[in-house]
Design a binder for this molecule. Structure first.
Ligand code: PLP
Length: 372
């Protein structure tokens, strides 16, 4: 068993696909057309998922509006809301699904109703690929006049309980093609505007920066090299060095940008992955477990050669290094705070066989929900 510090989704692009793939403007067009068809709207390709999400917010809401967001999320979502000039209203989660539900969604309207003032939108996240009860959420949104935007970073290709595909319900669907996402092209994103926008949105008019392009090209190759070195722990050291000199970028540091799009070869990779979906089937992005004594469990896992510390999510808005700048309402979101102290989920670069032994280690410590 090898220790991996950063790795690649087994379903993600391989080193040779990234190094040698020649993208064309035809690939950009093909991906746009595919997304327009699949999600029934106008597709715009973006630099990353947060840019796509911010565009969706800008297209249908007004600056100053408040937007409901899952209280167990990625900094990317927060950044998108702020960049759109809006404010997040975090709603607590149910620990079985890691999503808000109709019970917790009522919270902002209770009491003094200060929050309810100007809440105009709701972002549905479908955490780790667990779908929300969409019919109930839709009814709730209608009651309060909320515009629904779907964030597909965790859930591209998954269906809601009522059979509709995620991304075909709201006014807009935002996709991320980042590392470890449901569609992995190292970076990139897209927004599909499914209804006529209230505000006109300009598609990115510039190609990606050369540095971003090269980072996407070389990332899988760097990962392969680091994995190869791991026997003597050099892999982790090398990966950290690559991050330090900015040859590798942590996903959370990929900045929002409205002017630049993804690279052509990334469009090609993203489309290939969408097409593979039909064969691979639909599923969760990550299985998650809630455990007591997590530090002890993690120590045991490390001893057995696993490195699971980079789970989703370590803070209600992750990563931890950005959490401080967010005024997160821990008091009104206790389940999210608790879950971030108990959760373990697996990075996608471990195979099912590798995971079996890890699950045996975790089993005696499980709490909180029924496991199959
Ligand atoms: C990763 C992620 C995004 C978008 O991330 P980018 O890095 O900007 O592509 C959006 N929402 C959620 C919930 C995410 O985890």
């Amino acid at each position: 068993m090898k220790r991996y510090y950063l790795g690649l989704n087994e379903n993600g692009p391989k080193a040779k696909d990234c190094l040698f793939s020649r993208g064309t403007s035809g690939d950009l067009r093909a991906l746009s057309e595919y997304l327009a068809g699949r999600y029934q709207g106008e597709a715009i390709l973006t630099k990353n998922g947060r840019s796509a999400l911010a565009m969706a917010l800008r297209a249908y809401l007004e600056p100053g509006d408040k937007v409901i967001v899952n209280a167990f999320t990625c900094y990317a979502v927060y950044e998108a809301i702020m960049e759109a000039g809006m404010a997040p209203v975090f709603v607590d989660i149910n620990e079985k699904t890691l999503n808000f539900d109709v019970k917790t969604l009522e919270e902002p309207w209770k009491g003094a109703a200060v929050h309810a003032n100007r809440i105009k939108g709701i972002i549905i996240q479908n955490s780790l690929g667990n779908p929300v009860d969409i019919e109930a959420v839709e009814k709730f949104a209608k009651k309060h006049g909320l515009t629904i935007i779907e964030d597909l970073a965790h859930s591209a290709g998954v269906r809601y309980p009522d059979g509709r595909e995620i991304g075909t319900v709201g006014v807009a669907a935002a996709l991320s093609f980042g590392k470890d996402k449901a569609i992995n092209a190292i970076s990139g994103g897209a927004v599909i505007l499914r209804e006529t926008p209230v505000h006109e949105i300009e598609a990115p008019f510039k190609a990606p920066k050369l540095s971003d392009h090269l980072r996407a090209r070389f990332y899988p190759a760097f990962c392969s090299i680091c994995k190869g070195l791991n026997g003597i722990h050099l892999g982790g050291i090398m990966m950290r060095a690559l991050i330090k000199i900015h040859w590798v970028e942590r996903s959370a540091d990929n900045r929002l940008n409205f002017e630049r799009r993804l690279s052509k070869f990334q469009a090609r990779l993203a489309l290939l992955q969408f097409k593979k979906f039909h064969h691979r089937g639909e599923g969760k992005l990550r299985e998650f477990y809630l455990v007591k004594n997590r530090d002890k469990v993690l120590a045991k896992l490390r001893q057995a050669g696993y490195y699971f510390d980079a789970f989703w999510y370590e803070k209600p808005v992750s990563p931890a290094r950005y959490y401080k700048e967010i005024k997160f309402p821990e008091k009104t979101c206790p389940v999210s705070v608790k879950v971030t102290k108990e959760i373990i989920n697996f990075p996608l670069y471990y195979t099912p066989e590798e995971l079996e032994k890890a699950i045996e280690i975790i089993k005696p410590y499980l709490i909180g929900r029924d496991y199959d």
